[in-house]
Design a protein around this ligand. Structure first.
Ligand code: GDP
Length: 427
């Protein structure tokens, strides 16, 4: 039995979906435990592109079961749309999707408030995807969120929608000068969603406990990345949930002793979407080159990603937070044509050298990276299937990354396709 947590080790978009897709072969159940449709996971199989926002990417494997845990915030329209897209592409998901009765619903007023608040923040906007995720989590913590199970009860839903709209409509009309939402329409629409969601609604914590007892292999699929964690990331430029490994247990209702390994996914360089500090960002031609070669545009929003060198200081922080048992390093092929590689090994801050990631946002923004340089390999790595197939300089580069972070490598990805993956023989 091997229950694994997959975590983005940087600021998201590390290529988690490809690795999850790869590891699903060795798992029985794939679990989403936080975030919502703000995540965008891309998997390419035999040239066909699948982008998932809510449904675990594991759905592409026949016979594998997929769970959306209690820690997720769910937009029912998006969920149903994604199921339709999956069946339109010829995948059969019948009996394989389980949705927690405790997951929080993203309501249309959350989406409106997300966008209105971002607009109000002007230049200091967070750079959210505008899909209502933050406001939905606010209501969850405020204890007036609407949960999946509420959509099956006329009484519960009516009471909660009415109570929520009293506040939300006042905000929307009086503070933002926009049109209010109609309670009756929302209640009718969301009861109708409840009917459509009914076949999937499950007490997923119980479902997972039984599966673990029966020796099934569970794969927990993190969304976003470590540095976007609401507590430990570059606050306030973070997502609205906990993205680190500990969140897998809270967001799915399973005890930590069931977990056997935590795999940190990192690119061979660094990217970040949205605002906030990013010490190794390259704003020059080199950054542009990484963006173009790596196709670094958001899967959910199409926004260009900010690009920079691999940051070992940030990655050590990620290891400290997640306790990685191994690293999966993706997008090595993107660096194939670069003559020199740089790796950030420490920072200078106010004239002093530091090798820890500052907790203070202003300090994060003020650090200057200290780099070491390595030779590039100047040839294609995309056909490598064994570590020894890689050019020697690429092997040295990967080994140096792993050594600096202090975590062994389990997987290396050299292209978007499922088979463009190198597995360390010890894994
Ligand atoms: P996720 O959110 O962490 O799953 O990452 P995304 O799906 O947003 O972004 C990863 C992108 O990189 C997708 O378009 C993948 O198809 C692609 N990708 C993943 N691994 C590799 C790789 O090793 N090389 C290349 N060139 N592309 C990759």
């Amino acid at each position: 039995m091997a229950n694994r947590i997959i975590i983005g080790a940087q600021w998201g978009d590390e290529g988690k979906a490809k690795i999850v897709d790869y590891l699903t072969e060795h798992s029985d159940i794939v679990v989403r435990f936080q975030g919502g449709a703000n995540a965008g996971h891309t998997v390419i199989v035999k040239g066909t592109k699948f982008i998932f926002h809510l449904i675990p990417a594991g759905i592409m494997h026949p016979g594998k079961e997929c769970v959306i845990g209690n820690g997720v915030v769910l937009d029912p329209a998006q969920f149903l749309k994604e199921l339709k897209e999956i069946s339109d592409k010829g995948l059969d998901y019948a009996g394989r999707v389980f949705l927690s009765d405790r997951a929080t619903i993203v309501m249309p007023y959350h989406i409106a408030l997300d966008q209105l608040r971002e607009k109000m923040r002007g230049n200091s906007k967070i750079g959210t995807t505008g899909r209502g995720i933050g406001p939905a989590y606010m209501d969850k913590v405020g204890r007036w969120g609407i949960r999946v199970g509420d959509l099956l009860s006329v009484h519960a839903l009516s009471e909660k929608v009415t109570m929520n709209l009293e506040e939300k409509n006042a905000l929307i009309t009086k503070v933002f000068g926009e049109k209010p939402f109609n309670a009756e329409k929302l209640i009718a629409d969301y009861l109708a969603f409840g009917e459509q969601l009914k076949p999937y609604i499950t007490d997923t914590s119980v479902f997972l406990a039984k599966a673990a007892q029966n020796g099934k292999n569970l794969l927990f699929e993190g969304a976003q990345g470590t540095m976007l964690d609401v507590d430990h990331g570059t606050y306030p430029f973070v997502t609205s949930s906990n993205t680190i490994a500990g969140s897998a247990c809270c967001g799915s209702g399973i005890g930590p002793t069931h977990i056997h390994s935590v795999i940190g996914i990192t690119k061979a360089y660094t990217t970040r979407v949205g605002n906030g500090p990013f010490p190794t960002e390259l704003t020059d031609e080199m950054g542009e080159r990484i963006r173009n070669v790596g196709g670094e545009y958001g899967a959910t929003t199409g926004r260009p990603r900010r690009c920079g060198w691999f940051d070992a200081v940030q990655m050590k922080k990620a290891h400290q937070l997640n306790g990685f048992t191994s690293l999966a390093i993706t997008k090595l092929d993107v660096l194939d044509s670069f003559p020199k590689m740089r790796i950030c090994t420490s920072y200078t801050l106010n004239g002093e050298t530091i090798d820890t990631f500052p907790g203070n946002i202003d300090e994060c923004a003020a650090v200057t990276p200290v780099y070491e340089e390595m030779d590039g390999w100047n040839c294609s790595t995309s056909a490598a299937r064994e570590f020894s197939d890689l050019p020697e300089k690429a092997q040295r580069y990967l080994e140096r990354l792993s050594q600096l972070v202090g975590v062994p490598m389990s997987l290396v990805s050299v292209g978007p396709e499922r088979d463009q993956t190198i597995v360390n023989s010890d894994f």
